[in-house]
Structure formats: C-alpha cells, structure tokens
Design a protein around this ligand. Structure first.
Ligand SMILES: Cc1cc2nc3c(=O)[nH]c(=O)nc-3n(C[C@H](O)[C@H](O)[C@H](O)COP(=O)(O)O)c2cc1C
Length: 324
C-alpha cells in the first residue's frame, strides 16, 4: 500500500527520490531549488522569498532555475482567502508559473479548490499542507492529489501532533501522504517511509547546505544545536513556529503579550492580528536573511539534532536515495 503510494507520488511529481525541499522564507533561493531537483528530488519555490529576499523578478527567477536544471520543480502558494491583494498577486504568479511550464503546485492555508480547478486544465499536480483530519478531508474533497502532513517537529509554522499520529489519522485517505517535519538525516527518512509515508518534505536540513543563501552563522547554528534547543513561539506569526532558542529570541520573548493574545483569540480580530504579526516577521526575517549578525531569529525544526555538517543539497538527496 505505502509502496504504491510512493510510486504514485514519484509519478505525479515526475521525480526519482521522494524528497521535497519545502518552500522557505527565508531560504528558498533559486539555486537551492534547482540543486534539489537536479539531484532527483523536488525543489519548491517560495514566491515571496524569490521576489522580496532574493530580488528576482518572478518569471526571471523561474527561468534561472530552468537554466540550472531540466528537471521538474514546484511553486508554493500561500492562500489568503478574501484578502484581495494576496489573491491578485497569487493569480499573477500562478499565470507566470503555468506559462513557464511548472507542473507542481504546493498550497498552504486557505481553500485549494480554485487552484485545483486551474491546475486540472494545465496538467498540474496539487499537494496541500494540512495539520488536522478536518483540513485534510476538505482538501481531498477539493480534489488535491496529495497531502503534505505538517507535524509538531517541523521548522517554520508547526503542526500540533507527531508524525506518527497524523499518519494514523489520515492513513485511510486515498492520496499520497508526505511527512513534513523533523527529518534530519537519511535514517529519519527511512523510518518515515517504513511507517507508511509516501515521501518527506524537508526544510531545516536544506538550510544547512552550500546552495542555500541564508547567512553562514544560521547554517552553523543548525549544525551546532540539538533537538532540545528548539522552542515554539507565537510572536512571529500569531500561530506557533519552531525556532532555535538563542539569546535574541529569549529577549524578544516566546509568547505574545496579553492584548495581542486577546486579539488573536477573538473571532473578529484574529485574522487581521495574524496578518499584522506576519507582516512584521516578514520584515524581520528579511533582515536576518540579508544581514549576517543582525539578530538570531532562526527558524528550525527538531530534526536539527541529526544534521552534522553543511553539505551540498545534491549530496543530501543522493544519500537519502541510498536508503531506497
Ligand atoms: C526557515 C523556514 C522557513 C519556512 N517558510 C515557509 C514558508 O514560507 N511557507 C511554507 O509553506 N512553509 C515554510 N516552511 C516549512 C517548510 O516548507 C517545511 O515544511 C518544514 O521546514 C519541514 O520541517 P523541517 O524543517 O523539520 O524539515 C519554512 C521552514 C523553515 C525552516
């Protein structure tokens, strides 16, 4: 069952190794995306990273990836339903991605149904990020081809339950399930495949690579820190995200103050408050990405303990492939 789901994933994505380099703000520079795809995995573009941090015109960034590899890569869309500026920008990016021949969309938040409709017309595969059964069921009903199961070990915004638990909750859904979170090395990868996942999505492991353009002190911190150094904060995005406990992070604090917390709980103010926090953290992460030594606001997941060196992304993918 899980073997055939792995085959299905490989066939849908047109790749050789069931390893996805997840979208990262910061981290998803085109050279990293291309290196993962070139080695047989699936690199995924984070459009805001591409345009705001790495300063590529969106189409030119996609073309840069295509100049570095002939293999497939994907584009991530964070769906902010009802927020006109975001919807319009996503629509523009999507049209360009289609024109440039992208065949894999990875969606997060929001309702993927309108994206699935467009994707079907162009032979594009859509996977959607989920953290719970109810979101997963909605995404499958909307017609997505696979689910990216974000667990509580993930870097960036986390899920609520362990990789094993979410697999148990979603195991009967008839689409490939990807383990997103906590995979640091090839042994973690093998364990997740043996547990029944069709593939894995990694973020933290690919930050500590030669192709990734985050500052060197961030990469070295990933090598030097262990699982116990990972903490959750809701100060950066309103929902919980995993970061390395650094003196700068401690100074910023890990929880919003009482007023913001109240606004985050209120049904009417929740969405706007989250968006404002997200906008502020977008600026913070941009400074972190572009100015080494600015502040140690370093997102990373619990797979960090199994990351021993900064390596090339291609070597990471090839070592994982050795476990198949
Ligand atoms: C620095 C960083 C930034 C991230 N930014 C995004 C993002 O902008 N959009 C998104 O969908 N996921 C984002 N993620 C999540 C990753 O795509 C991926 O699912 C996650 O890192 C997997 O967990 P791992 O870090 O334990 O491997 C980010 C993760 C990290 C570490």
């Amino acid at each position: 069952m899980s073997f055939s789901m792995r085959d299905k994933l490989l066939q849908q994505l047109g790749i050789e190794v069931p390893v996805i380099c997840g979208p990262m703000y910061p981290g998803s520079n085109p050279e990293l995306v291309a290196a993962v795809s070139e080695a047989g995995g699936m690199g995924v573009v984070q459009p805001i990273s591409m345009t705001h941090i790495y300063k590529h015109d969106f189409r030119e960034g996609l073309r840069l990836i295509k100049s570095l590899t002939d293999k497939p890569f994907g584009v991530n869309f964070t769906l902010m339903d009802g927020v006109k500026v975001y919807e319009q920008r996503n629509r523009q990016w999507m049209e360009i991605a289609i024109e440039e021949g992208v065949k894999f969309f990875l969606t997060s938040l929001g309702n993927p149904k309108p994206i699935v409709k467009v994707a079907r017309e162009h032979g594009i595969t859509v996977y959607h990020d989920v953290t719970t059964r109810s979101f997963a069921q909605k995404a499958v009903d909307a017609g997505v081809d696979g689910l990216n199961c974000v667990n509580n070990r993930a870097g960036g915004q986390t899920g609520q339950v362990s990789p094993e638990q979410i697999l148990e909750e979603l195991g009967d859904l008839a689409v490939p399930l990807v383990c997103a979170g906590g995979v640091g090395d090839e042994h973690d990868f093998k364990r997740m495949l043996d547990a029944g996942y069709a593939g894995v999505q990694l973020g933290t492991r690919f930050l500590a690579t030669t192709e990734c353009q985050v500052p060197d002190d961030y990469k070295q911190a990933i090598v030097d820190h262990g699982e116990d150094d990972i903490v959750w904060t809701n100060k950066l995005a309103g929902t919980f995200s995993s970061v390395i406990r650094t003196p700068d992070m401690e100074k910023l604090g890990l929880r919003t103050g009482p007023i913001t917390s109240r606004l985050l709980k209120n049904r009417r103010t929740k969405k706007l408050t989250r968006m404002l926090l997200l906008l502020r953290s977008t600026q913070r992460y941009k400074k972190v990405a572009l100015n080494p030594g600015y502040a140690q606001y370093w997102q990373a997941g619990k797979g960090i303990g199994h990351i021993q060196a900064v390596e090339s992304a291609g070597d990471v993918v090839r070592r994982f492939a050795g476990e198949l």
